[in-house]
Design a protein around this ligand. Structure first.
Ligand code: M6R
Length: 615
């Protein structure tokens, strides 16, 4: 996820674009850049770091008060965050300049083709490929910028929101979107372009939100012309009147980042598997794995190291790897592992999981594993983070920035990556049949849709939250793949609502926690159809006979648990190994609503930090 901003009109562009970037920084903040047209030439400046770093640099560099400009704040996907990979990117001639939010999946073959045609590249980005593709089309076909953008985009696979400017046609900016948001603020002979309306809300309340697959030529005097990218047909743009305030817009209309991030999960999971899974062909392609497949196939065991929510994802990974890839797995708290003199073999594969890629304990555990000769693979969300650089290889989750301190989309996207790795290993080891492999790919592809469905229970979950918000304690139970989800559900509740909660394997309840159960105790039981269902039903009976309050997370259409529980929350049916991707959703929402009802600071709970860079 990145933020894009543009302005064309009669005001000085620089302050508008710069302020817009600051407002969009929540979308990505590893580098930033601006291109301004001074009436003759483009002035481009970009830097690794935050918008304030760009601003400092611009104090000495920017000399123009031109009225056209575009800017970008980046969340790296292709290429580490550095000055060169930052946006905007010029085309080879220097005539075109582009900003891009998204991923061009087929950039590698396009890049090769352009190199064969004499183009050269300075960055590692897919975006520089796109701007040169547009330039190539424009020159070859001798067409206007808008047409060239349209033809070029029809050759790409992936997601984008782009703004392109041609210094030889300075009265227009061409924009397009597919899979990434793009709004056009409409003023009096002035237009604003942005990933959301926050950069322009103080200038205009009128906005056109481009739909997926649409592009627009935005002209200072002639206005906005919208077309379908695929077939060039004209679209009558709908100018919407905005009634939101600034803060609401940054959070996409959600009250908190946490809620926004919970709702982003269908897309985040899609972004995680995008370009890595070709379902029809029955193929998984992950360079980090494929380039080191021998290490994975010859591994004595897999050691997963992580903290907090990432550790819970690792525990789900243990079940997935053992089930699908038939390899022994141990999951370790990084903080314990590093101080325990652990036995590490040279033929161990260590998988380090971290959303931020900066967690100090995980980093130290990685260094230890490397010293002992193990191969270390990282699963991180933040591109170019310390952990992603310290590991031998890795895979990004591509979940986009997670701002809420309570991890939500990080968890489900980490599980998605772990599932892809386990499936690839299973296939290469020959321990999964072709049809089973194919069925898993198909089901993973359906998960985003099923997450959407699970989110529909939100109002019902709010009612349940209202009933239990005053509880002092809560118990979360799950078995098999869903035992780690019980742990994660309990962590979510305690960190944002400060209610004491514990997660347990359902069968362990009778070895102690059952003593806690009375009519005051809400017990959240994950009782999906495919996970030791009858056994969990017996556990529910045990709770019921001790008058505990039961909230069952069940598969759609369940009858048995419905008859026993005080409340049930349904999730769609899926393969057992993928249930954690769905059962997690109601637990996130439940803790969110309880915390809100208690008036807690959901996005920044007390005593916590988003990335724990100290021991
Ligand atoms: O960035 P990381 O994934 O390494 O962070 C690990 C934990 O600090 C993190 O998951 C923490 O537990 C979250 N606040 C949980 O919601």
């Amino acid at each position: 996820m990145c933020g894009i901003v543009g302005y064309i009109g009669h005001r000085e562009a620089y302050p508008i674009v710069l302020k817009g970037l600051k407002r969009l920084e929540y979308r990505g903040y590893d580098s930033a850049g601006i291109a301004l047209y001074d009436g003759d030439e483009m002035k481009l400046s970009k830097t690794k770091g935050k918008v304030v770093d760009l601003e400092k640099r611009l104090e000495s560099e920017i000399t123009t008060n031109g009225t056209v400009g575009i800017g970008h704040t980046r969340w790296a996907t292709h290429g580490v965050p550095n000055d060169v990979n930052s946006h905007p990117h010029y085309s080879n001639s220097g005539n075109l300049v582009i900003i891009h939010n998204g991923i061009i999946e087929n950039y590698e073959p396009l890049r090769q083709e352009l190199i064969n045609r004499g183009y050269s590249f300075t960055s590692e980005t897919d975006t520089e490929v796109l701007v040169n593709l547009i330039e190539d089309v424009k020159t070859k076909e001798n067409v206007k910028l808008g047409k060239a953008v349209q033809i070029a985009l029809n050759q790409t696979v992936g997601a984008y929101a782009i703004a392109v400017f041609d210094k030889n046609k300075p009265d227009e900016i061409v924009v397009a979107r597919l899979g990434s948001p793009l709004a056009i603020g409409v003023g009096e002979e002035e237009f604003f372009i942005a990933s959301d309306a926050s950069p322009f809300i103080e200038y205009t309340n009128n906005a056109i939100y481009l739909e997926d697959g649409e592009m627009a030529v935005v002209r200072k005097k002639k206005g906005v012309k919208v077309r379908k990218i695929q077939d060039d047909s004209l679209v009558d743009p709908y100018v919407q009147e905005l009634k939101m305030n600034l803060e609401q817009i940054e959070k996409g209309g959600y009250d908190h980042f946490m809620l926004k991030e919970i709702y982003e999960q269908p897309n985040a999971i899609k972004d995680t598997y995008r370009g890595r899974m070709r379902v029809e062909e029955g193929i998984i392609k992950m360079a980090g794995i494929d380039d080191h497949i021998d290490k994975f196939l010859n591994a004595r065991r897999i050691l997963i190291i992580a903290c907090g929510t990432s550790w819970h994802a690792g525990l789900v990974g243990e079940y997935i790897f053992e089930d699908l890839a038939r390899i022994p797995v141990e999951v370790e708290y990084a903080s314990e592992f590093r101080y325990r003199n652990p036995v590490i073999y040279e033929d161990d594969v260590v998988i380090a999981i971290s959303q931020s890629g900066e967690t100090a304990d995980t980093m130290a555990a990685i260094k230890l594993a490397k010293e002992r000769g193990a191969f270390v693979f990282g699963i991180c969300n933040v591109v170019g983070s310390s952990i992603s650089r310290e590991t031998h290889a890795g895979a990004y989750t591509h979940a986009g920035p997670e701002i809420g301190v309570a991890s939500t989309k990080a968890f489900t996207t980490q599980i998605t990556v772990l599932t892809l790795i386990a499936l690839q290993m299973a296939k290469k080891k020959g321990v999964i049949s072709t049809s089973d492999f194919f069925m898993h790919l198909q089901e993973l592809e359906r998960i985003p849709e099923k997450v959407e469905k699970a989110l529909e229970a939100s109002d019902h979950i709010k009612e349940v939250a209202e009933i239990y918000k005053e509880a002092s304690n809560c118990l979360y139970l799950g078995r098999g793949f869903n035992f780690p989800v019980a742990l994660e559900g309990a962590l979510k509740l305690k960190e944002i609502s400060y209610i004491h909660a514990e997660g347990y394997p359902a069968a362990e309840m009778k070895h102690g926690p059952i003593a806690l159960i009375d009519e005051q105790m809400p017990v959240i039981v994950i009782a999906t159809k495919k996970g030791h269902y009858e056994k969990v039903v017996s556990n529910i009976q045990e709770i019921k006979s001790r008058k505990g309050k039961i909230i069952g997370i069940v598969t759609e259409g369940d009858v048995t648990v419905k008859n026993l529980a005080d409340h049930v929350i349904e999730i769609p049916e899926t393969m057992e190994s993928m249930t954690p991707l769905l059962t997690t959703i109601p637990l996130q929402l439940l803790s969110y609503y309880i915390a809100v009802m208690l008036g807690k600071n959901v996005d920044q709970p007390r005593n916590l930090a988003k990335s724990v860079t100290v021991e």
